[in-house]
Design a protein around this ligand. Structure first.
Ligand code: AMP
Length: 309
């Protein structure tokens, strides 16, 4: 089904306890497109890079079924750059550098060929850009999912709250849910956030899994206990890509199907963290994905009889 995504296509410099990279290709939309490509093609992309961005980077996305016609290339300008350093627990990180560069005055353009999309993934970037993409679509998609981060809550909370009124699903991590709602309890935070607009809320808790809320129900999916986490960068975006890619491929946006989508999203995130950057997401097979989902099933399946049965 038609899937459109907007988000950063970026250079990242990453430092983990296992090593350090110079500028490698990353960005929210890159991870989303790669993860979604295992479920649904094409992935129509809206983004922006500078002319320092290598053509192979775009070609690599196209090889995975992405349509990169909507990625603007700005002459004489520099690509968005982010640098981060992970703590020993690998669950928390410090942002060392965020250079907006081309993102600072980015005006997204939704191409005519992208109109009529049924599934819209608003990846992490300026809330105004996310809003502009929604407004440019002539017909409302069946499902609009938004991912964001503390960076935008710190500097553009009002704009972010305006976009939240227009989306169906919000995906954020636990610290961001607390920041957005002002509530420590995630259950209370979810109630407050669901009042802001989204019908569904996914709270990602890193190695502790993810929670899915709507007004009446809650579902918990674990994260796979992995022997080695090499680099968590892009885990959230890979989760989002797997989540919306699966929903788009099945065209079912019920709460029950979202539970399955969360497992597929968690599986894609678990692959992402096994190598630096996008390395692991680039060469996956369908069998590896199936085996990984089976691992999730085995992890949480148990037989039990109730005391009063
Ligand atoms: P994640 O680890 O899923 O939070 O995503 C990491 C990716 O997000 C990296 O590839 C970065 O290029 C990108 N990123 C970092 N900061 C921002 C930001 N403020 N806006 C948009 N994308 C960002």
């Amino acid at each position: 089904m038609s899937l459109l995504t907007v988000g950063t296509v970026a250079f990242d410099a990453i430092e983990t306890p296992f090593g350090k990279t110079d500028k490698i290709i990353g960005g929210a939309a890159t991870y989303i497109a790669l993860a979604a490509s295992y479920f649904n093609k094409p992935i129509n992309m809206v983004s922006v890079v500078g002319d320092d961005f290598p053509e192979e980077g775009l070609q690599n996305l196209r090889n995975h079924g992405a349509n990169t016609d909507g990625i603007q290339i700005k002459k004489g300008e520099k690509t968005f750059f982010w640098a981060g350093k992970y703590h020993n627990d690998m669950n928390t990180r410090d942002t060392l550098v965020t250079e907006l560069n081309v993102l600072a005055d980015f005006e997204p353009v939704v191409l005519d060929e992208y109109q009529g999309c049924e599934f819209l993934m608003l990846g992490n970037l300026t809330p105004a850009v996310q809003m502009s993409v929604i407004n440019q679509l002539k017909s409302r998609p069946r499902l609009v999912v938004l991912d964001t981060m503390n960076f935008w809550m710190d500097i553009m909370m009002d704009e972010l709250k305006s976009v939240l009124k227009k989306v169906d699903v919000l995906t954020i991590n636990d610290a961001e849910a607390r920041q957005l709602s002002g509530e420590y309890s995630l259950v209370k935070a979810a109630q407050i956030i669901l009042e802001m607009g989204p019908t569904f809320l996914v709270i990602k808790k890193g190695e502790h899994g993810a929670l899915l809320f709507n007004k009446d129900s809650v579902f918990f999916a674990p994260a796979l206990p992995l022997e080695e986490v090499f680099d968590p960068t892009g885990a959230g975006d890979s989760f989002a890509g797997g989540f919306i890619g699966y929903l788009a491929s099945t065209r079912d946006i019920s709460f029950d199907n979202m539970k399955r989508a969360i497992i597929f999203g968690s599986a894609m995130a678990s692959f992402c963290v096994e190598k630096f950057g996008t390395e692991r997401l680039i060469n996956l097979t369908q069998n590896e994905i199936d085996d990984r989902v089976q691992d999730f099933i085995d992890l949480v399946q148990f037989d039990i009889s109730l005391v009063n049965d």
